[in-house]
Design a protein around this ligand. Structure first.
Ligand code: PKZ
Ligand code: FAD
Length: 560
C-alpha cells in the first residue's frame, strides 16, 4: 500500500524519487493510517503534521495515546519508512488528513530514528496464522521531515506555509484504499475457491450410511443437504471471480479517466469497490467456516487446511474498511441517486437500473413454472425490482424523519440491507453477462450457466423475505425458485469435482490432506498424525510427574 499511495497522491517528482527506492527494496514502506483510537473514521485521526516556516519542515507528532498508529502491516519490525496520515496544520489552521512520507528506521542499522517509538502489537486471532505479519504500533515525539515529504498531488503547502488545494477531488486521498478493495474482491474468490475445492473433493470420497444390504455406503456429496450447503458456495466462487474481473476493469478505467481529469466515475468506483469488498468478504468468511463443517471432524484438523485458511481470511471483513461502514457508504450513494430520480437525472453505470423506476416499482414477475427461473431476464428483473424497491422504501422513511442525517441513522439497518441487495444485483448481472459471452470448451458454458442460476436462485431463496416484502415476487414464485434450485443441484453434481479441479490448485498450494487431487485421504490423514510432536514419545511427558502419582494414590485408596 506504500507504493500505490505514492503513485496516487505523490507528484511526478515525488514518484520519481521514492518509487525506484521502494521497487529495489532500498527502503521498505508501510501504510500508516489507522490509529489506536480511530480506524474507520479517517477524518478523526489525531496524529499532527505542523508546518514550521522557520525551517521549511513538518513536525510529526502523536499528541495523545489514542493517536498512536496501530495495525499497519509491516510497521512493527520490517519497515524503514511509512506513508503517515496526519492532520495538516499550517498558519494555525487544521486542514484535515493528508499523507506524509516519514522515515522510521536508520538505513544503516535499522534502529528507530530519534523521536520514533515503534514495535509489534502482539499475537492475533488463530494459531499464529497472521502472526507472520508484524502489524505495528508507532508514536512520534516531534519528528521533523522536509516539506517536500508531504504527498503533494492533491494539495500543497508553499514555502511560506500557504495551503493550496489543487483542482482534484479531495476523495483521491482515499485512492489507495479503493485500489486494495478491488484487489480484495479477487482475493475473496481465490480464498473461497480453495475452501470449496477442499470440501467438494473430500465430500466425493467420504462415505457415510446408506447401505442396507452390506453394499457400499453413500458418498456424502450425494446427500441433498450436502449439495444445498456446498453448491451455492461453489457457484459463489465463480461469481466472485467474474465480478472481480469486471471490477478490475472498472478500476483500470477510472484510473485512466483520472489521468485526463475525468472524475465522472469516481463515485461509481467507490460504491462498487466498497460494496463488493464488503459482500464478497463476508460471504467468503462464512463460507470457509461452512466448508469446515461440511468436512465433519476432519475439517477441524489443521492438516485439513481449513482452520488456517479461516484464521488468515476473516480479518478481510475488517481491514481495508469495516464491512458495515463500507455498506453504509453504498447506502449513502443509493439515497443520493434515489433523490435525483425526480430531477430527471438519469443514473448511470451499475445504478442505471434505477432509471427504470416507473416500471420496476410496479412490475409483476412473470414466472409461472420452475423452468421459467432459468430465464436470465426474469432473474435480472426480480433482483432489480427488489433492490430498487428497498432503496425507495428507505428514502421514503428517511424523508419522514425530522432531518436527513437523523433519518439515515434511524434507518441504517434497513439501508444496510438495501445496499446488500444492490451489490448482489451487480454480482448476478455480471455473472449473467459472463455466461452470455462466447466461452470455449465443450459443455463449459452449460456448466457456468448452471452455476449462475444456482448463485442467483440460492441468493433469492436466502433473501426471499426481501422479495416478498417488496412485492417483487409472490410466495408461489419463491417456491418455484426453490424447486428449480433442487433440480440445478442434480445437474451440478456430476461435474462438481471437475468444477473445482478447474481452479487448478496444486496440492502444495491447497495445503490440505482432505483436498488432495488423488483423493487418497485416509492414508494421508493417518501419516500426518504421526508428525504431531506429541507422538515423539510413546509415554507422554508428565506421566511420571503427574499421572503416575495420581494413579498410584487412587489405587491405594481403592484398596482401603
Ligand atoms: C496491495 C495489493 C494487495 C493485493 C492482494 C489483496 C489481498 C489482501 C491483502 C490486504 C492486507 C491487509 C491490508 C489492510 C490495510 C488497511 O486496512 S488500510 C486502512 C483501511 N481503512 C479504511 O478503509 C478506513 C475506512 N474509512 C473510510 O474510508 C472513510 O473514513 C469513510 C468511511 C469513507 C468516510 O470518509 P469521510 O471523509 O468521513 O467522508 P464521508 O462524509 O463519508 O464522504 C464524503 C464524500 O466522499 C466520498 N467518498 C468517500 N470515500 C471515497 C472513496 N474512497 N472514493 C471516492 N469517494 C469517496 C463519499 O461518497 C462522499 O461523497 P458525497 O456524498 O460528498 O458526494
Ligand atoms: C489484519 C489487519 C491488517 C490491517 N492493516 C492495516 C494497514 O496496513 N494499515 C492501516 O492503516 N490499517 C490497517 N488495519 C486497520 C483496519 O483498516 C481497521 O481496523 C479497519 O478499518 C476497521 O476500523 P476500526 O478498527 O476503527 O473499526 P471500528 O470502526 O471501530 O469498528 C467497530 C464497530 O463499529 C462499527 N461502526 C463504526 N463506525 C460506524 C458507523 N458510522 N455506523 C455504524 N457502525 C459503525 C463497525 O461496523 C464495527 O461493528 C488492519 C487491520 C487488520 C485487522
Amino acid at each position: 500500500m506504500f507504493v500505490p499511495a505514492i503513485k496516487g497522491q505523490g507528484t511526478e517528482e515525488q514518484q520519481k524519487k521514492w518509487l525506484p527506492l521502494a521497487y529495489k527494496f532500498q527502503i521498505i514502506g508501510c501504510y500508516a493510517q489507522t490509529e489506536l483510537g480511530h480506524g474507520s473514521n479517517v477524518q478523526g485521526l489525531e496524529t499532527t503534521a505542523t508546518f514550521d516556516p522557520m525551517t521549511d519542515e513538518f513536525v510529526i507528532h502523536s499528541p495523545t495515546l489514542t493517536s498512536s498508529k496501530w495495525w499497519p502491516g509491516g510497521l512493527g519490525k520490517a519497515s524503514t519508512h511509512a506513508v503517515v496520515y496526519a492532520r495538516l496544520i499550517t498558519e494555525g489552521k487544521d486542514y484535515g488528513i493528508h499523507g506524509f512520507i516519514v522515515q522510521l528506521r536508520s538505513l544503516e542499522d535499522h534502529s528507530p530514528l530519534p523521536g520514533v517509538t515503534l514495535g509489534d502489537i502482539g499475537g492475533k486471532f488463530g494459531s499464529g496464522a497472521y502472526n507472520s505479519m508484524d502489524n505495528g504500533v508507532l508514536r512520534f515525539d516531534h519528528v521533523r521531515i522536509p516539506r517536500d515529504q508531504m504527498l503533494m498531488r492533491l494539495s500543497q503547502v508553499t514555502r511560506e506555509g500557504k495551503y493550496v488545494q489543487s483542482d482534484v477531488p479531495k476523495q483521491l486521498l482515499y485512492g489507495t484504499m479503493v485500489y486494495v478493495r478491488q484487489s480484495i474482491v479477487a482475493d475473496a474468490s481465490k480464498a473461497l475457491s480453495r475452501a470449496v475445492c477442499i470440501a467438494v473433493r473430500y465430500s466425493a470420497i467420504r462415505k457415510q450410511f446408506g447401505s442396507q444390504d452390506g453394499g457400499p455406503e453413500t458418498q456424502v456429496l450425494n446427500y441433498r443437504t450436502q449439495q444445498s450447503r456446498l453448491f451455492p458456495l461453489l457457484a459463489s466462487a465463480y461469481a466472485f471471480r467474474f465480478v472481480g474481473d469486471w471490477l478490475n476493469w472498472l478500476y483500470t478505467d477510472v484510473t485512466q479517466k483520472l489521468e485526463v481529469k475525468d472524475y465522472s466515475t469516481l463515485q461509481e468506483a467507490h460504491a462498487c469497490t466498497a460494496g463488493l469488498k464488503a459482500v464478497t468478504t463476508s460471504a467468503t468468511a462464512d463460507a470457509i467456516e461452512e466448508c469446515r463443517k461440511l468436512c465433519g471432524g476432519h475439517g477441524y484438523l489443521n492438516s485439513s487446511g481449513l482452520p488456517e485458511l479461516f484464521a488468515v481470511y476473516v480479518p478481510a471483513c475488517t481491514y481495508e474498511g469495516d464491512n458495515v461502514v463500507l455498506l453504509l457508504q453504498v447506502a449513502r450513494i443509493l439515497m443520493k441517486t434515489v433523490s435525483q430520480l425526480t430531477s430527471g437525472k438519469q443514473p448511470v453505470g451499475t445504478m442505471a437500473y434505477m432509471g427504470k423506476v416507473q416500471h420496476l416499482m410496479q412490475s409483476k414477475c412473470a414466472v409461472k413454472t420452475a423452468e421459467d427461473w432459468l430465464n436470465p431476464a426474469f432473474i435480472q428483473e426480480a433482483f432489480e425490482a427488489r433492490a430498487l424497491r428497498m432503496a425507495v422504501n428507505c428514502a421514503q422513511n428517511i424523508g419522514q424523519a425530522s432531518n436527513q442525517e437523523e433519518g439515515f441513522y434511524e434507518r441504517s439497518p434497513d439501508l444496510l440491507e438495501a445496499a446488500v441487495a444492490h451489490i448482489q444485483l451487480i454480482i448476478v448481472t455480471k455473472f449473467i453477462e459472463k455466461v452470455h459471452q462466447d466461452i470455449p470448451g465443450h459443455g463449459v458454458k452449460e456448466q457456468l450457466q448452471n452455476l449462475c442460476n444456482v448463485y442467483a436462485l440460492y441468493t433469492l431463496h436466502k433473501h426471499l423475505g426481501d422479495f416478498l416484502a417488496t412485492g417483487s415476487l409472490t410466495p408461489k414464485q419463491g417456491a418455484l425458485a426453490n424447486e428449480q434450485l433442487g433440480k440445478l443441484y442434480a445437474q451440478v453434481r456430476p461435474n462438481a469435482v471437475a468444477l473445482v479441479d478447474a481452479f487448478n490448485y496444486t496440492d502444495h498450494y491447497l495445503g490440505s490432506v482432505l483436498g488432495r487431487y488423488d483423493g487418497n485421504v485416509y492414508p494421508a490423514l493417518y501419516e500426518e498424525a504421526w508428525k504431531d510432536p506429541l507422538n515423539e514419545t510413546v509415554v507422554p511427558e508428565g506421566y511420571h510427574e503427574y499421572l503416575r502419582p495420581l494413579l498410584k494414590q487412587q489405587l491405594k485408596l481403592s484398596r482401603l
